[in-house]
Design a binder for this molecule. Structure first.
Ligand code: MG
Length: 278
């Protein structure tokens, strides 16, 4: 059993509209910075950021990404900033525009998959373009694994010299029409990743009601990180909504301590993921 610290990643916003049933979802930059700060105080060391337009539709506006990043860097010393290059409702050609602002990390999907109501399309030319921009700006990718083939998509980028041989990968489970949240499937994904990308660090995200169980399975297997946040799940229990991202982070920290580990400090988190110092 490992006792090494665990990176707590918080996905604060995502692409789903703010509705009556998720009133604490932070959508505009000041709300996002405040929510991230509360999550940081609760133990989060990595923030995964989507931004919105003023009408709350998904945005790719680099200025808005820069605004959130500046607020996080000011109020959350050392926290790892990760921009999303994915998400619904964004023009594919605009998904990489924010990378000029050099966040520490950016998410990178290495293949396509069915989502609840759309095809989440990641053409090989787009994947290559995003990976090239990340390499140019010295941004570490987090590879989003929505299907087993995406592990091999990441390996192709390593072989093409577009990515470090030690990427961080995240298995995403419980998205309707994509991979189910299934413990045996996690073992398959992890074994294949270790075979194909032996240097990778890893985490797993469970969507909706699967958030807690996927986190348990990941911690039981010595994951380098866990992921929580309102992007993935808005409930603490079936009958109670989370008060915000910080409450979900507190639940994650309790799970980490139950496994005899501690949440990483920002400096530890950067070392675990092989990132530059803040
Ligand atoms: Mg996302």
């Amino acid at each position: 059993m490992t006792t090494k610290p665990v990176v707590v990643a918080v996905a604060i916003t995502g692409s789903v509209p703010r509705k009556k049933d998720n009133p604490t979802l932070p959508v505009l930059p000041p709300e996002q910075i405040e929510s991230t700060h509360a999550a940081y105080e609760a133990g989060a060391t990595l923030v995964h950021i989507h931004v919105r337009n003023d009408d709350e539709s998904p945005s790719s506006d680099p200025a808005r990404f820069a605004e959130v990043q500046a607020g996080v860097r000011k109020h959350c010393p050392g926290m790892i900033v990760q921009f999303s290059t994915g998400g619904r409702g964004r023009d594919p050609a605009a998904r990489g525009l924010s990378l000029v602002h050099r966040p520490d990390m950016a998410s990178l999907s290495t293949g396509s998959v069915n989502f609840p109501t759309i095809v989440y399309e990641n053409h090989t030319t787009l994947v290559t373009d995003l990976a090239t921009r990340m390499k140019t700006h010295d941004i570490a990718p987090e590879i989003e694994i929505f299907d087993l083939s995406h592990i091999h998509g990441a390996k192709s980028l390593i072989e093409a010299g577009l990515m470090s041989a030690r990427p961080h990968v995240q298995f995403v489970m419980g998205v309707q029409n994509a991979m189910p949240a299934d413990e045996h499937l996690l073992d398959i994904l992890l074994a294949e990743t270790r075979r194909v990308i032996p240097g990778a660090t890893w985490t797993a995200a469970g969507i909706g009601r699967y958030q807690a169980s996927v986190m348990e399975w990941a911690l039981a297997r010595g994951a380098d990180a866990v992921r929580t946040g309102l992007e993935d799940n808005i409930r603490i229990t079936k009958d109670r909504l989370a008060n915000g991202n910080a409450e979900l982070v507190s639940v994650a920290v309790e799970a980490i301590r139950r496994h005899g580990r501690a949440p990483a400090t920002p400096a530890e988190a950067r070392a675990i993921l092989g990132l530059r110092a803040a």
